[in-house]
Design a protein around this ligand. Structure first.
Ligand SMILES: CC(=O)N[C@H]1[C@@H](OP(=O)(O)OP(=O)(O)OC[C@H]2O[C@@H](n3ccc(=O)[nH]c3=O)[C@H](O)[C@@H]2O)O[C@H](CO)[C@@H](O)[C@@H]1O
Ligand SMILES: C=C(OP(=O)(O)O)C(=O)O
Length: 437
């Protein structure tokens, strides 16, 4: 188990360049299975989850070639389908959440797809019903081995387009169904589709490979199936969750930081939501400049004067992956805020650690926490903690960097799942952080 030691209480300053988006990369990498031609992908983040998926693709027979930092070519012309029945696949597939998205492309192109129960954050129930109901709507048969927790779908005669109304706007579920439907016969219509920038990017890539997808960016996708897809070159967007993490870091440490090349127009409601907590964000070209909040930041209230409430919703609502960071920032705001995590059941339990550090938080129930900000009149105190999931991990790291004294964070593999070379990048803007093992 890896550990960070963090000496908190120092102001940071400088520029930080966001990595490529983890959740987009996981979708895009799975899409390379849809063609026997070469696919080039740029801006791939060098993080644990993405490297695990690249390794899985390699074990499946995809020819992987590194072209430069963050750039790879992939060719899926000679896949080893026997690997899907191997013990190694059970280990590889269970190692991350994103592996679930190999099923759609395999089903679409080869008429069968398998996956062990995927990994990912333990943040409450994470059902896969949307994925498999979608595949069944396209004509696949489904089986699930409860003992081995192994899922399988088969359609030996190919898939056939249909209309479907998804039970939930599942991000990976929509990506999976889209990747199956692009090679189905006829037209597939997906209503209540997720439409995060990750999905917009996936659809853009698939269209450049020859797919016919309309409605990109909306919750109604129409996909006219094609016989075959070809190669393409695709560049992954900057990671909006990382960008939000650095905004939180700047606010909590009262530091002046510029986040470079953020692709502002794809950030949706994120900048507005930080402003609700009183964070001042300036757009400079395509950068975000956060001035030092030396006088703190004040939570806004609603028009009727009622307490500020920040909650998650499917895109274009506020992403659940930034709520833990919002919660941490709120601990030093002027005013109070209710954080409502609607999607996941166990993502707020990490507040215990913040309470240990001196934050004023009432955990109302597993989904809601009320935070009463200190307005920097009292600093958080350093402590020893364990990172329960990726976003709680980065939130605790931000808390530690703002706290008085030296903190220790264990289980930092959770952070390494999604943040590239984090200690070096933070040291470059003045953070005192050391990786102990
Ligand atoms: C690898 C990857 O891309 N992971 C992301 C993906 O996970 P993932 O695709 O696994 O998440 P889903 O979108 O399927 O759903 C997440 C959870 O929210 C619930 N739910 C979902 C939609 C909805 O309208 N209402 C609702 O309550 C689901 O029951 C589920 O428990 O999307 C999540 C939701 O943005 C993000 O937290 C994850 O970082
Ligand atoms: C929950 C997340 O990741 P995953 O879906 O990979 O567990 C996340 O990125 O915040």
């Amino acid at each position: 188990m890896g550990t960070f030691q963090i000496e908190g209480g120092h102001r940071l300053s400088g520029e930080i360049q966001p990595q490529g988006a983890k959740n987009e990369a996981l979708q895009i990498l799975c899409a390379v299975l849809l063609t026997d031609e070469k696919v080039i992908i740029n801006n791939i983040p060098d993080i644990l989850d993405v490297n695990k998926l690249i390794n899985l693709l390699g074990n499946l027979g995809v020819k992987v070639e590194k072209l430069g930092k963050g750039s790879y070519s992939f060719q899926s012309d000679e896949l080893d389908m026997d690997y899907l029945a191997s013990d190694q696949f059970k280990v590889d597939g269970g190692g991350l959440r994103g592996s679930i998205m190999i099923v759609g492309p395999l089903l679409g192109r080869f008429g069968k797809g398998f996956i062990p129960k995927p990994g990912g954050d333990k943040i409450g129930r994470r059902r896969l019903d949307t994925h498999f109901e979608g595949f069944m709507k396209l004509g696949a048969s489904f089986r699930y081995n409860k003992e081995e927790r192994f899922y399988g779908v088969e359609a030996p005669n190919g898939l056939k387009g249909d209309f479907m109304l998804l039970e939930e706007a599942s991000v990976t579920g929509t990506a999976n169904i889209v990747m199956a439907a692009v090679l189905a016969k006829g037209t597939t219509t997906i209503y209540n589709a997720a439409c995060e920038p990750y999905l917009q990017q996936l659809c853009k890539m698939l269209n450049s490979m020859g797919a016919k997808i309309q409605g990109v960016g909306s919750n109604l996708l129409t996909i006219e199936g094609v016989e075959k897809l070809g190669g393409c070159e695709h560049t992954i967007l900057p990671d909006m969750i990382e960008i939000g993490s650095w905004i939180g870091l700047a606010a909590m440490t009262q530091s002046e930081i510029t986040i470079k090349n953020v692709n502002w127009d794809m950030l949706g409601i994120i900048p507005i939501t930080f402003r609700k907590l009183g964070i001042n964000l300036e757009r400079k070209g395509d950068d975000i400049h956060i001035p030092a909040h030396t006088d703190g930041y004040e939570v806004q209230s609603f028009i009727d004067g009622s307490i500020m409430n920040i909650s998650d919703a499917p895109w274009p609502g506020f992403t659940p992956d930034l709520l833990s960071i919002m919660l941490v920032i709120a601990t030093q705001a002027r005013g109070s805020v209710l954080i409502h995590q609607k999607m996941f059941e166990s993502r707020l339990f990490f507040v215990d650690k913040l309470i240990d550090m001196g934050a004023k938080i009432i955990l109302c129930d597993p989904h809601r926490a009320t935070v009463i900000g200190h307005d920097f009149k009292s600093q958080l105190k350093a402590t020893t903690m364990t990172s329960p999931d990726i976003r709680a991990g980065i939130s605790l790291l931000i808390a530690a960097l703002s706290a008085k004294g030296t903190s220790t964070i264990h289980n930092i593999e959770q952070i390494d799942r999604g943040y590239e070379n984090i200690e070096e990048r933070l040291r470059a803007i003045g953070a005192k952080i050391t990786r102990l093992n």
